[in-house]
Ligand binder design. Structure first.
Ligand SMILES: Nc1ncnc2c1ncn2[C@@H]1O[C@H](COP(=O)(O)O)[C@@H](OP(=O)(O)O)[C@H]1O
Ligand SMILES: [Mg+2]
Ligand SMILES: [Mg+2]
Ligand SMILES: [Mg+2]
Length: 310
């Protein structure tokens, strides 16, 4: 791959390709039927697909970009078993390679980059058969800010080309987004939120929204896809359950599309390598600032303080 292409564009193109390869591993594990489910903690599962997809992504990216700091959700899966040679993916998406590089990212070096990998987002839904909710997330942050990202959806059904399963959405700050058709938010207020990790505080933050509908689906990536495609207006999750690997890629893509992802107090998360992994003060996201503002102002101060002081 020509190194005349700026690093951040090459890395995004490599991430698009390897996310697709990881998505195939996710499908292959499911079709083999041996999920190898491990309960890491209460309501926190991991399957062979999570472990294998992460090994594929980290091995592929670190072989090409050895000085980038790559942080994955699954603890050291590379200590368990090797990486199959046909998982190693070093090609790069041709369309993305042609993207312009944002001016402020021209001189970025590998050492400035932290990549957050969620090899399988929506593991609960994956084990329960809600396969459309499953995504592979690769978030690229520079100096603690999410600047580019990939959401791959292994089970997306491409209408018209039945045999091609899956799609890959990407975003690059200042340049834009690709891999899907953006749509405006719905006419009435529709909230998207967790399907498998609710609690009374999460429910309270939903009630105050006065929404016409609440969609309960799996995965941070899939919820942000609902915002981008006009299926929901706001993603509200007043819980510390999500981590940096859940939100880095979705935030980068949403911001590149003109949207906003913050915590429920309206503050931005930082994505430096030393940041605490949990997004302690929840997630609040919308495809434009007006909807984000509406939701932010609907959340009562005492609920914000409850999360902030947990
Ligand atoms: N209370 C909790 N405990 C563990 N993980 C949680 C959690 N709340 C949210 N998450 C994680 O955050 C992501 C989005 O959650 P949800 O699907 O409930 O909206 C999922 O990522 P993973 O599937 O990658 O683990 C989920 O596991
Ligand atoms: Mg998980
Ligand atoms: Mg996740
Ligand atoms: Mg995960």
């Amino acid at each position: 791959m020509s190194t005349s292409v700026p690093l951040i564009v090459r890395l995004l193109a490599s991430s698009v390709s390897v996310a697709g390869r990881a998505g195939k591993i996710v499908r292959d594990v499911m079709s083999k039927g041996e999920l190898g489910i491990v309960e890491k903690a209460k309501d926190d599962y991991q399957t062979e697909a999570d472990r294998s997809a992460q090994r594929c992504i980290i091995a592929s990216l670190s072989s090409q970009y050895p000085k980038i700091n790559i942080i994955g959700e699954e603890d050291n899966p590379d200590n368990e078993g090797d990486v199959c040679s046909d998982w190693l993916t070093i090609d790069a998406d041709k369309e993305v390679l042609c993207l312009e590089c944002p001016s402020e990212l021209q001189g970025i070096k590998e050492e400035d980059i932290v990549v957050w990998v969620d090899p399988l987002d929506g593991t609960s839904e994956y084990t329960q058969g809600f396969l459309e909710h499953v995504t592979v997330l690769i978030g690229i942050s520079v100096n603690e800010k999410p600047v580019a990202g990939v959401i791959h959806q292994p089970y997306y059904k491409n209408v018209g080309s039945e045999n091609k399963t899956g799609r890959t959405i990407w975003g690059l700050q200042e340049i834009g987004v690709g891999g899907f058709t953006p749509a405006p938010p719905p006419n009435s207020l529709i909230i998207t939120t967790t399907r498998s990790h609710s609690n009374p505080v999460v429910e309270k933050a939903l009630q105050v929204m006065n929404a016409s509908q609440i969609l309960r689906v799996g995965g941070a990536g899939f919820k942000v896809l609902q915002l981008l495609e006009g299926k929901a207006s706001v993603y509200v999750f007043a819980s510390p359950g999500c981590k940096k690997w859940d939100t880095c890629a979705p935030e980068a893509i949403l911001s590149a599309a003109g949207g906003k992802l913050t915590d429920i107090l309206g503050h931005n998360y930082k994505y430096g390598a030393s940041e605490p992994r949990p997004n302690k003060t929840g997630v609040l996201a919308a495809v434009n600032a007006d909807l984000h503002n509406y939701a932010l102002n609907r959340i009562p101060q005492e609920l914000k303080e409850k999360l902030a002081n947990k």
